[in-house]
Write a new protein. Structure first.
Length: 372
């Protein structure tokens, strides 16, 4: 294949934080083996060697968790060395790291800067919002330590963005968070809707994101983003920037906006491969890169119909005016598991948002096109 993104979980679900809404802790608790511990040197070598032999143009090696930095800086140094030594097709190699920031120090920053990592740091907004859910193993808030890590990364010119989980409270206080992020110089922002635990009715937890709150978030976020963009101070917002790509006839890079699941390879610490970070359950295991080829893994993906199932279109979407731009949304928000795939949990929120924002989105798009 020409391109690939491979996501590695070098510390499995191990983490030095206890975020109240952690979807991965929920997933691992529902597996036969909850944690596979730290990835071994042999598994790391096998995974990267197979991936580099498969790709001919470019590969992104992304590290997530759990908390991936628990694997230690020498593990990451080894990963970079393997990519240099085993790049048999001389493809472009990019690295990304998603971290909670607690272990980031000067040595980490030097390494990340030298090897041009894109680093996402999880930060849910100002102190009161962040510390409400993102606590350490002792139940203490982590805000000050995360801010320190971000300041270190910025001081070493590491390419950094913030990843914020949108809870019900965060949706209500979005303008406050946005103002905080912009004042702090965090111009590259990603927001992910908070996921409720599997096999539970949604909206039952204090941090749950209901459709009503999600609509509130979308409208508030768009207003902030649009106003800055029209003033010539456009900041990156992954969802809205992907909408602009689609308006320009380009495919979105965010998988939840494509309308069908992509060919992802998410690798647990033991080398097991899953089709998506949101589906790392035993029944979705595709194989193991210690022993299986990518062809065998893709054959298993097709056997369980993971991609094909995601292409199903709810009947209401066929007649919805926003269907071509909404495309049904992320599979996880359409998946009722034993009841099958259906309408997106946030369907009404998306429809109301597009009604609200689309005229201004078109105005901004044409202004950007004219500006060149």
């Amino acid at each position: 294949m020409q391109t690939m993104t491979i996501m590695l979980k070098p510390a499995s679900g191990l983490c030095n934080m206890r975020c109240k809404y952690c979807f991965y802790a929920d997933e691992t608790a529902k597996r036969e083996v909850a944690s596979f511990g730290l990835m071994s040197a042999d598994t790391l070598n096998a995974v990267l060697t197979r991936a580099l032999a498969e790709v001919t143009r470019s590969i992104t090696v992304a590290f997530q968790g759990g908390e991936p930095t628990l694997a230690g800086l020498p593990f990451f140094e080894q990963a970079v060395r393997i990519c240099k030594e085993k790049n048999v097709n001389h493809c472009a190699v990019s690295f990304a790291l998603q971290t909670n920031g607690l272990l980031i120090d000067e040595a980490w920053c030097d390494f990340l800067s030298e090897n041009h990592f894109l680093v996402g740091v999880s930060l849910d907004g100002p102190k009161e919002l962040h510390d409400a859910n993102r606590v350490d193993a002792q139940g203490k808030g982590t805000y000050s330590r995360v801010i320190h890590a971000l300041q270190l990364l910025q001081s070493r010119q590491v390419d950094t963005n913030v990843l914020s989980v949108v809870t019900g409270d965060a949706a209500r206080a979005f303008r406050k968070s946005y103002s905080f992020f912009t004042r702090s110089g965090f111009d590259y922002q990603q927001y992910i809707p908070c996921l409720d635990p599997l096999d539970e009715p949604r909206g039952q937890h204090p941090w749950s994101l209901t459709p009503e709150r999600f609509e509130q978030y979308l409208k508030s976020a768009f207003d902030c983003w649009y106003q800055d963009a029209m003033r010539g101070q456009k900041r990156y917002h992954r969802y809205f920037d992907n909408l602009l790509l689609m308006m320009n006839g380009q495919p979105p890079e965010a998988c939840g906006m494509i309308g069908v699941c992509g060919m992802q390879y998410v690798v647990e610490a033991d080398g097991s491969v899953y089709p998506c970070d949101f589906y790392m359950l035993d029944r979705y295991r595709l194989g193991n890169l210690n022993t299986d080829t990518f062809s065998q893994i893709d054959a298993r993906r097709k056997e369980i119909g993971f991609v094909e199932q995601s292409a199903a279109v709810d009947e209401a979407c066929r007649s919805c005016r926003w269907g071509p731009i909404c495309r049904g949304g992320c599979r996880r928000d359409r998946d009722y598991f034993e009841k099958g795939l259906g309408r997106n949990y946030y369907c009404a929120a998306y429809a109301h948002f597009f009604d609200y924002a689309w005229p201004r989105m078109q105005k901004l798009y044409h202004a950007l096109v004219q500006k060149g």
